[in-house]
Each structure stands twice: as C-alpha cells, then as structure tokens.
Write a protein that binds this ligand. Structure first.
Ligand code: ADA
Length: 561
C-alpha cells in the first residue's frame, strides 16, 4: 500500500512494493548469494542478516514506457537506484521520500535495482549509532508511474478560518521534464469547488506554480478535530487541448493551529496534549511496519486515552500519517536527528542533510491535518552558539515552507538552552525519578520558572515532550526496584500527575510507546540492547504501567478550556 486512498484517476501508477524482490548483499559472508525477500522490508528480519551492516542490492522488473516516474517512500539509510543497470538516482536518509523521472523509456520490461546501505560513516551526519535502531532495506513503498512530459508535482491546501467562515488557499506545482516549453490549463478542485488556471506556461526543464483560494463562507463544513476527523479531497488536473493528461488527488482537513499565549489552539480549542513518543520499530518488521501493524499501534494509543504521537526522531511513513488523519490522532512530526553534539553538528554534511530532510518532509506531508507542529533537532547542541545558528536556520526554513504550523524542538539542556526565543512552542525532555531522583513537581516547576525568566521562552506554550521510566516486561518485584514494572507504573503515576498539574504546561509525551531495539554500536549497556521505557514491550504486550497511564490519560480531556 502506498497511501490509504487513491491519489490518481488519470495517471497510471503501479505499486512495485508488496511483492518479493531479489536480494543480494554486496559485502559479508553471503555477498553475491541471492535471496527472495519482501519489499517493503528490512534485511535485519531475514534470518542471516539480523546484524548485517553493508550494502544490500534489491532487484525487480516492471513493464512501462515513455516518461516514467519512480517514487520511493523510504530506503534505509541511503539509496542508489539503477534502471537497466544505469544509475538514475541516489538519496540520503531513510525517512523521507524521493523520486526520479526518466524520459523516453522504451516500452517493455525494465530492471530496477536499488542498493540500500545501512552503514555509518562520516558521510552520514544524521544516521549515526543511536538509542534506536536504523535498519537496512527498502523500508517503505515503491511505485512506478507513466506521466506526460509535464505533471503535477504537488498540491498543497492551507485551510483558514475567517470571520465569515472557512477558506482554503492552494498551491499547485507543475514540473516540465521535457525539452519543449509547454502550456496547459490547471483545474484545481478543493472540497468540491473548482477553479481553472488557464494557459499556464511551464518552461522546459522547469516548473510553474499556481495559487488561489476558495471561500466556504456560510457552507456546512465540518472541521477536523480528534473527535470528528473530517477529511476532504483536493485535486489538480493538467488539461492540454481539452484533455486531462495528468492528475494528483490529495486529502486535507479543515483545521487551523494557532498560538494564543500559552495555549496551542486547534480550531480555537486550547489543546491538552496526551501523547506518546513512538519509534517505527517492531521485532517482526524492523522499521517497515505493514499498515495493519501501524493501525493496531494507533488503536492501542487511543485505547490508552492518548490523543497524540510524536514521531521521534524522524519523519514517519506516509501511511502512518494517513491513518492518524483518519483516526483523529494529532502528530508532532520532526526532522531526523537525535542527540547530536556540537562536534557532530559541525560535520559538513549535517546542515545540508538536515535541511534536505525538512524540505522533503514538508513538501510530502504538508496536507496532513493530523500534523499540528513541526519539530527539529531532538536534544542536539542547542546550548552552544554554533548549534543556535543551525537551529535558527532550520526554523527559518520551516517557516519559509509552511507558515501554518508552529515550530518547536525537544531540549534536554536544563537551564542552558540558547534556542527558546524563536520557536512558537517550548519543549523539554525530562526524566526526574529515572536518570535522577529529584521530585517531579519541584524539578518541573524549577525548569518552567527558568524558561519563563532567563530561558527566553516566557509566555509561550510549554510541552514536556519526553518523560518516563524503564521496565523490563515480566520483571516484577514487590520492593519496586528500577527496571521493575512496579517501579515504572509508580513513577509514571507521579510524572503524569505532576506534568498535568504544572501551570502553563499544555501537555506531554510519555517516552515511550513500546520498547525498541537500539543500535548495538551505540549503547550496549541498555538491557537487552533495547530501550525499555515502553508502556508495552516490543511485541506490544502490556506492562503494569499500561492501566495506570490509561486511567490518568482518560481522566483528562483533549482540551484545556
Ligand atoms: C532522550 C532521547 C530519546 C531516548 C531517551 C531515553 O530523551 O530523546 O531518544 O534516548 O532520552 O530513553 O533516555
């Protein structure tokens, strides 16, 4: 599955994932040996490759001709793409989509080769040994499309509420991959209303953008809210000499996120965030969870009384976002980074790679109503002057790409963060009663007071974006030692109660939804080489804390007002 809804009625699109591809590792004891394996998938789920770090070559064939567009929703960590043995694309980072257009392909059977590489190196500033596992493989969907030489690259819809009711702005981008200048009409349809931009010139090798706005004043529009996540369709059609030659269908929701003093407002309601941080990780699928497994996680999140998920620490699979749109789960989506030091941020690849992830994340995920905030650089060097310059650039880039959502970054720099002045929302990761034994209320009140006085975040919404404790599933002990399920349950009771009663705090994310594998190279002192702070273990088996979290989260509504 590529998306949970049809994105084309005119463009011919075929999914190439959802089948077995030929796989051969290019290094190691099985180099050159061929296997048949599922795509999407991670090679760590293949019996002989549970720890393989190297290049893995995948191959399949497909039938097409003319101008062909290949889209990859995620290849981990990096990808080299060859068509009939000739390299046509490369991409860095597992967590954002990329595509390539090949004009003038002869009609027939073609061989697609994808070489994924999950090694760490100085060339990779974001994929580094870390407190989560980064896998190898074609971890998300792959599709092939036949398109004209001009095609719809994206359509973005920005809903906004005015005194007379809902309006929706749009921007559609059309790309010309040919060698001749083209002209076409662009027919835009948003929630049933139509506008046609006549005779749009699209220069050879370039692109054209059209913008406009629809008014829905006085119409019966249902806003997108967690309780009723109403979704509407938007589409753009390319029309040349009266014939529709290409189209793109997207989905959006009438919802507006605004900052009002210390509140984050969704369609005017002051949100109370009750969330979980969630890695894309599963012992059976690695990071390539099938949509049913994702849906089951979301059902569990809702069963726990939560209303939000933080995609710690990278953009998630678009299917996850589609399902959150449909289920009314709010999403904090963030670019790919975790705990990078100033030295790591000074890697010359860091800034271009981090900014590339932001561009690709926002262009691809712009329309999802579930995303209410963009996050960057989890626990990176925000206490340094150099780091601050990087944060500022990335905040500015987000603002240039999307003016409709607030920005934030999860900091762990206790009373030393230099970057709280720019983002609309201040967020902190804290672990009182786990990494240190300060009483939760006191620790949080002390931090909050600093943010309001010297920290530069006065008067802004404040979120606790990580708090929690570890527990080994099945480890029970009446004297409640750390790592016991009893200790985690008791600690989360204290933490949730304290955070939800902290004046000025508009919510929290528990670290974390489920236990996850960590990279062996990073933190082998983690019991089981896992991060064990899940409310459920890696097989989604409930720990004692599950019922505590459910009771508490359900005792709070979705809104502060
Ligand atoms: C940090 C980090 C998380 C995780 C957590 C922990 O806050 O952001 O990725 O490593 O600590 O479990 O200690």
């Amino acid at each position: 599955m590529i998306r949970t809804f049809e994105t084309h009625h005119i463009r011919r699109q075929k999914e190439l994932s959802g089948s077995l591809w030929d796989f051969t590792p290019l290094q190691g004891e099985y180099a050159g040996k061929h296997f048949l394996t599922a795509v999407p998938g991670c090679w760590e789920n293949m019996p002989d490759f549970t720890e393989y770090r190297g290049e893995g070559q995948y191959e399949t064939v497909f039938e097409a001709g003319g101008t062909v567009r290949l889209e990859f929703k995620g290849v981990s960590h990096t990808a080299r793409v060859l068509l009939d043995g000739k390299q046509v694309a490369s991409h860095y980072n597992a967590f954002t989509p990329f595509s390539v257009v090949i004009p003038g392909l002869s009609r027939g059977i073609h061989r697609l080769t994808v070489i994924a590489d999950n090694r760490f190196s100085e060339a990779s500033a974001l994929h580094v040994p870390n407190d989560y596992m980064t896998y190898g493989g074609i971890s998300r969907a792959v599709s092939v499309e036949e398109i004209p030489d001009i095609y719809i690259r994206y359509i973005h819809v920005t809903p906004c509420r005015r005194a007379d009711g809902w309006h929706a702005g749009f921007e559609a981008a059309v790309e010309n991959t040919g060698t001749a200048d083209r002209t076409a009409d662009i027919r835009v349809k948003v929630a049933g209303k139509v506008q046609t931009c006549q005779a749009v010139a699209i220069p050879a090798g370039g692109e054209a953008k059209v913008t406009g706005e629809f008014s829905f004043a006085g119409e019966n529009i249902t806003g997108w809210m967690p309780e009723h996540p109403a979704l509407y369709l938007a589409s753009a059609q390319l029309i040349r000499e009266g014939t529709a030659i290409d189209d793109l269908i997207e989905r959006f929701g009438f919802r507006e996120v605004t900052i009002d003093g210390k509140q984050i407002r969704l369609n005017g309601r002051a949100l109370r965030i009750k969330g979980f941080c969630r890695h894309e990780d599963h012992p059976m699928y690695g990071c390539a969870l099938p949509w049913q497994a994702i849906a089951q996680d979301l059902d569990t999140v809702l069963h726990l009384g939560a209303n939000s998920i933080r995609t710690s620490h990278y953009p998630n699979d678009e299917i996850f976002l589609d399902l959150c749109d449909e289920k009314g789960i709010l999403v904090w989506e963030e670019n790919h980074a975790r705990g990078l030091s100033e030295e790591q941020m000074r890697n010359p690849n860091f800034e271009p790679q981090a900014e590339q992830v932001i561009r690709e994340m926002i262009e691809a995920h712009y329309n999802h109503p579930c995303i209410y905030i963009w996050g960057i650089l989890n626990e990176c060097a925000s206490e340094t002057v150099y780091g601050k310059a990087c944060y500022e650039k990335q905040y500015a880039l987000i603002r240039s790409l999307d003016s409709s959502r607030p920005r934030s970054s999860s900091s762990c720099k206790f009373k030393t963060d230099l970057c709280l002045g720019t983002p609309e929302v201040v967020s902190y990761n804290i672990y009182p009663q786990w990494y240190h034994d300060a009483p939760v209320e006191e620790y949080l009140a002390d931090l909050y007071s600093w943010v309001q006085t010297e920290g530069g975040g006065a008067g802004k919404p404040f979120l606790v974006t990580e708090i929690g404790a570890g527990a080994i599933y099945g480890y029970r002990a009446p004297y409640k030692p750390k790592w016991s399920e009893e200790y985690q349950a008791e600690t989360l009771e204290k933490q949730i109660t304290a955070v939800m009663s902290q004046p000025g705090c508009c919510g929290m994310y528990i670290w974390q939804f489920c236990d996850v594998r960590v990279s062996r190279e990073w933190f082998s002192s983690r019991p089981r080489s896992m991060n064990n702070k899940g409310i459920v273990d890696e097989y989604r088996r409930r720990k004692l804390s599950y019922d505590v979290v459910k009771r508490l989260y359900e005792s709070f509504g979705n809104y502060m007002d």
